[in-house]
Design a protein around this ligand. Sequence first.
Ligand code: HSE
Length: 404
Amino acid sequence: MMNVAIMGYGTIGSGVAEILEKNKEIIAGAVGQEVALKYVLDLREFPGSPVEDKIIHDFSVIEKDPDVQIVVETMGGLNPSYPYVKACLLAGKHVATSNKALVAAYGTELLQIARDKQVNFFFEASVGGGIPIIRPLYRCLMGERIQEITGILNGTTNFILTKMDNEGWTFDSALKEAQRLGYAERNPEADVEGHDTCRKIAILTAMATGKEVDYEEIYTEGITKISDTDFQYADRLGMSIKLFGSSRILPEGRVNAFVAPVMINKSHPLYMVSDVNNGILVKSNMLGETMYYGSGAGKLPTASAVVADIIDAAKHANRNVVMGWSSQKQEMAPMETNTFRYFIRVAGLPEEQIDGLMNFGPEEAITLEGKDEFAIISKPMLEADFKEAAASAKGLIKFIRVEP
Ligand code: HSE
């Protein structure tokens, strides 16, 4: 029998406990022996819950129990998850986590400890919720050179943008609903300001390049400035607005990465990814494009990915599975070297303003009835050139990057 301890009985941790119980036989069949939940570490008591008799409050019980072979970390944040996970690996236990903040900040060190100790540090649930994406990158695509990863990686913001786009919801009511449904981070700023997506694209990039990616070097912009007027223009253009995390791995080895809201048209493979779903588009040199799609957040989808990691750890109980990245630093290219088209809103009338906008190479002016403004879409421009042109243009209200 293999024993599991769960650290953190919140949305995801309770989902893991539920799946371990409900799918007990399937899991035992996959592993070849029973996988039992021994402890649940939390500050709180859970009287009347199915894990009532497994609740403990002292981490050292898990650390010191040689019968606990696999530890699940679903606490979130860095403290105490980082010292606890490190201690578990050093004690020779496998760890499965859903915590992208932990993986993005300390993944390099934790992966190395796991290698040294011949255990596993798995984090399938840290990106894309229940969607298999980490494992495909190091198993199915291991013979490929990854050229680009572009994803809708945050369920909360995708849910908000979809409700604003399709049903005219306000930003605040959509965020509240996402929180009620258990999609949002404890601090929703991490979702709406793009920090969660930033950590996820950093993890995917590191998986693709095999090198450490510093998420602080990734240009990150959230969705808080996206308004109903932007969606009215998008609607007129037959487009939508999505929060992208994207990495292009340049042939010379540097990576162009960003997190930002982008306008995309109906032919984009990620256009149909709506609500809490995530979609990840991977381009690689032999296979071409592949898409990974499904539930990107929420209790059981995310817990399902954690359980898959538990099974993988149990099946490789005595050895480290080769995966992850080294401590070699991945060089990142500055945001200014990216090329986009730009959707630009301008105050005033097109006939009065258009001459001053020629640097953007506009094709047509898009107007909305009853508004004292219009919009253009620029030619493809280097971000650096766009910023320079925007600094001297008059009446610019805002811009949104446009993906082809
Ligand atoms: N807050 C995250 C999201 C949870 O909305 O995608 C899953 O990582």
